[in-house]
Ligand binder design. Structure first.
Ligand code: SF4
Length: 470
């Protein structure tokens, strides 16, 4: 079955009641081809923040009479919402743009997101057939930029960073029928020496608690039960309204909205990670028992060079708070391998940190130098081959930890929000509140969107297998 996802908030109830399978994580959803008129296609690269920005950009376009179409070939307006966190992601976007060199045929081609902000008008030089370049800090200006294009503008840009506004829209097209994403804070005030985000997304701006809660209530009315709060440093949240709520105040208020059963948040910065967050999870069942807390390295020396603002010991202290909670809380983290100057000893410290924290997942990447970052030209680069060797060792090390962690769960029972069906394996799949993927068998019919109890029968490195409790 293939169904449109081009809905505003008012029509979400129907969608949640009758959800459609996802079309692939980063592709524009499938809708009926445009029968003339204005149409758009948007492809998204990168993180969940980008996925959600694309939902909001789609909402802006739908509100202006555009229709979403299933392929770029069918669209008048083709947008790429880009990522520049790693070199590879940026290369991929330029390869996509290259496809239009001789075939754009009057289409408007636009580049949004981090690469747009990073490269700016250089994009017009490299791909003269592009008409729109807009960074995420300027999305508020998108309607005006599109108006300029519609009235014949050849090249328009939105590249300001000094905005204190967040990007809010009247209509957001939700691509995920089970989990609603909601950005509460944009930009970043940290200055990690490897990271482009402060340059591409601008300074930190929090959304008012009233505006966040109003959207959560609308989502709950529309049938959503799971909310994921987003921000580059989500736990740095500071309510700009006179209420002056901190992150924990906001978490508890969102969890108290009638109809909301699960609240997640990502990504937390260790520096702003407080004991109160753990206490809130402990005392509030609707707050999911999962924390993603990127460490990046197990070596205090490397953390200093990365300008992460905490030491190995301070990070481990925060993990101790999580481990001493009454509720078992699942932990995941990020690691950068081969940061300039990382020695074998530093790398071994990262492995020993992973052994100490026993996290349930690690997103590990080889360091890649990025433009406009202090670390870009630092000496002592680790050779690519060595980075690859360390990455493989780390992945195997972590794989063994995850297998052991997941085997300990055999026989335990979890609640799952079902979000997929694997017909070939005759299994349903979903996530536990601890964000583990659980594939399970059930004699029942359509379980999509349902909360069910399942017992674990097997644990693999990246997922669990079980059976529904009847
Ligand atoms: S905290 Fe550091 S890594 Fe995270 S977005 Fe900000 S600068 Fe980048």
């Amino acid at each position: 079955m293939s169904r449109a996802f081009d809905v505003g908030l008012e029509s979400l109830s129907a969608l949640v009641a009758n959800p459609a399978p996802a079309n692939g994580p980063n592709q524009s959803p499938t809708v009926a081809p445009a029968d003339g008129g204005k149409s758009f296609f948007i492809e998204t690269f990168g993180c969940q923040m980008n996925d959600h920005d694309s939902e909001k950009v789609s909402g802006v376009l739908l509100g202006r009479g555009y229709r979403a179409v299933e392929s770029p070939a069918q669209a008048n307006l083709v947008l790429y919402n880009t990522c520049s966190i790693r070199e590879k992601a940026a290369q991929k976007v330029f390869a996509r743009l290259g496809d239009w060199k001789t075939t754009s045929n009057g289409k408007i081609i636009g580049v949004l997101g981090c690469l747009a902000q990073q490269e700016g008008e250089e994009i017009f030089e490299r791909a003269p057939w592009v008409s729109l370049v807009c960074g995420s800090a300027s999305y508020r200006r998108l309607p005006d930029l599109i108006t300029d294009l519609e009235s014949g503008g050849r090249r328009v840009t939105g590249l300001d960073l000094d905005t204190d506004e967040t990007f809010e829209t009247e209509i957001t097209r939700r691509d995920n029928p089970f989990r609603a994403y909601l950005t509460i804070i944009e930009g970043c005030d940290y200055s990690c020496s490897y990271c482009v985000v402060p340059h591409t997304r601008g300074p930190e701006r929090s959304r008012s608690s009233d505006s966040v809660l109003a959207e959560v209530r609308r989502l709950a009315d529309a049938g959503y039960t799971e909310i994921q709060l987003l921000g580059q440093t989500v736990n740095s949240y500071r309510d700009p309204s006179p209420r002056k709520w901190n992150f924990v105040n906001l978490l508890q208020a969102v969890a108290a909205v009638p109809g909301i059963r699960r609240v997640r948040f990502t990504t937390s910065h260790p520096n702003d990670f407080t004991r109160e967050i753990v206490e809130a999870i402990d005392s509030t069942p609707a707050l999911c028992d999962h924390i993603h807390l990127p460490v990046q390295s197990g070596s205090t020396r490397v953390l200093g060079a990365m300008r992460r603002t905490y030491t190995r010991e301070q990070y481990l202290e925060k993990i101790e708070w999580i481990r001493s909670a009454r509720r078992p809380i699942s932990l995941t983290t990020d690691i950068i391998i081969g940061f300039p100057g990382e020695t074998e000893t530093d790398f071994e410290e990262t492995l020993s940190l992973l052994s100490a924290i026993q996290s349930d997942g690690v997103f590990a990447f080889k360091y890649s130098p990025r433009p406009n970052t202090p670390a870009r030209d630092w000496p002592d680069a680790v050779p690519e081959e060595e980075k690859g060797r360390r990455l493989a060792i780390l992945q195997e090390h972590q794989r063994r930890i995850q297998i052991a962690n997941n085997e300990l769960l055999i026989g335990k029972e979890f609640e799952v929000l079902v979000d997929a069906r694997h017909s070939a394996r005759d299994q349903w799949a979903g996530r536990t509140t601890s964000n583990r993927i659980l594939n399970f068998t059930s004699p029942h019919g359509n379980l999509l969107g349902e909360y069910v109890q399942a017992r674990i029968t097997r644990g693999g490195p990246n997922s669990l297998v079980g059976e529904q409790l009847l």
